[in-house]
Design a protein around this ligand. Sequence first.
Ligand code: SAM
Length: 340
Amino acid sequence: MRVQAAVATQSQPFLIADEQVTPAQQLAQLHKALADALRLQILRLLKNESFGVLELCRLVAIRQSALSHHLKVLAKAELVATRREGNSIFYRRAFITDDDPLADLKRAAFDAVDTLEIPREQAEQLDQLQQERSELSLSFFQKNAERFSENQGLIVEREHYDSSLMDVVEGLGLSPAACVLEIGPGEGRLLVELARRFASVTAVDNSKDMLDLSRAAIAADGLSNVEFLLGETANARETLSGAADLVVFDMVLHHIATPASTFRDVAALLKEDGLLLVIELCSHDQDWVRNSCGDLWLGFDESELDQWAAMSGLRFEQGSNLALRNGFQIQMRVFRKHAN
Ligand SMILES: C[S@@+](CC[C@H](N)C(=O)[O-])C[C@H]1O[C@@H](n2cnc3c(N)ncnc32)[C@H](O)[C@@H]1O
C-alpha cells in the first residue's frame, strides 16, 4: 500500500513522498499514532469539526512545529485527512471505509477517543473559536443585508438554478401538509415558493436584518403560514425537535461556523424518514468570496457532506451538480433520516 509522508504547515499539508508500506508497517504506524496522549486529544477535538493548523495550535496550546509533527504521524496512519481552504489547510478525522483493512481497529480507536473528556481550557478555546467564526459570518450579514442580492450575484444568479431547485423540491414527493424548515432564507425567494406549497413553514436565520427581508417577502406575497425564528439550528431544536418533514439549506452551509454539528441538529429536527435538501457550492479556490460574500468555507466536497450526513444518521438519496458560468459549481443533495 502507498501512503504519503506528511509535513503540515498552515498552507501546505504534505511534502509528498510516496512510500510502499507493508501491512505490518501500516499496523505499526496506526499503533504509533495512537500511542501518544496529545495525539489522542487532537483526534478527540477533530471528532465534530475540521480545524486549521493555527486553530489547532491554539486549541492544544503547542507550537506549530510540534503540532506539525503530530499531524504528520496521524496523517501517515490515515487517521486524519485534509482539505484546502484557499491558502489554509483544514484537518479533520479521516472517514473510515469498509475496504480499509484496519477499519475495525480505527473505529474502535475513535470510539475510545470519544470517551475522553475535553480539558476545560481546550473546551473554552473551542467555544471561543466557534463563536469567532459565527461572529465573522453574522457581522457580514449585519453590515450587508441591503446589498444582499448584489453580493450574492458575485457568485451565483438565482435564475440559473431556481427552476432546477424547484424540480428537486417537487420531486421529493412531500404532502402539501408537510412541515418545512428553511435555514438561512436570506431575501426569502425560496421561502415564498415553499410557503406556497406546504402548510407549515419555519424560517430560521441568525441575522435579524436578513430575517426581516424574508418576512417582508412573505408579507408581500400575502402568505400567513410562515413562522420566523431568529437563531440557528441549535435554537430551532429547542422547540421543533422531530417536527420537520423537510429541512432546506440553500447556499447557507458555507456561512456556518460548525457545519458538522449542524447536520446533527438537522437529524434531531427531522421526523423519522424526513428529508434534508442542501444546495451548496462545490469546493472551490476563490478566496475573495470570504471578504466579498462573507463565506467562511470555500464550498464543500460531495463526500464531505455525505459523510457528515451519514455520521448524523442521514442517508444520501439523490444529488446533482450544476455548473455556473463563472466557474463555480452548485451541488444539490438530498438525504433521508433513517431509523437506527
Ligand atoms: C448567502 S445567504 C443565502 C440566502 C438564501 N438561502 C438564498 O440562497 O438566496 C445566507 C443566509 O444564511 C444566514 N445564516 C448564516 N449563518 C447562519 C446560521 N448559522 N444559522 C442560520 N442562518 C444563517 C444568513 O443570515 C443569510 O440569510
